[in-house]
Every structure is written in structure tokens, then in C-alpha cells.
Design a protein around this ligand. Structure first.
Ligand SMILES: [Zn+2]
Length: 59
């Protein structure tokens, strides 16, 4: 994965905005339970608030 961010339930919109600002593309979004990528790459804390990740945004 080239770029990956994590979001809690509350901050998905904020994290999407950060993602789009950074890579200028809409992210793929999956539930953390459905993430099939490398666990080493998977964020464990929300970008904004440090709560456990509920959504993974990636490209
Ligand atoms: Zn959050």
C-alpha cells in the first residue's frame, strides 16, 4: 500500500479530508475487521484522536 490512514467511528470525514489533501485521490475505505493488507502497515490508532481504529483508508 502506498498510503494508509486509520480512523475511529467519529472522525472518518476528517481523516478522508486529510487523505485527499495528501494524495489527491479518494481513498479505498474498509472496516478494520475487513482489512486484508499487511498487519504491519495497519494503523492501530485514529489519526485525530488516538482511539482504536475502526476504518482503514488506503490507496
Ligand atoms: Zn478519532
Amino acid at each position: 500500500m502506498d498510503y494508509i490512514l486509520g480512523s475511529c467511528m467519529e472522525h472518518l470525514e476528517f481523516v478522508i479530508d486529510e487523505f485527499v489533501d495528501e494524495v489527491e485521490l479518494a481513498p479505498n475505505i474498509v472496516r478494520v475487521t475487513e482489512f486484508t493488507g499487511d498487519d504491519q502497515e495497519r494503523p492501530t490508532r485514529c489519526l485525530l484522536c488516538e482511539k482504536p481504529v475502526e476504518f482503514i483508508l488506503f490507496k
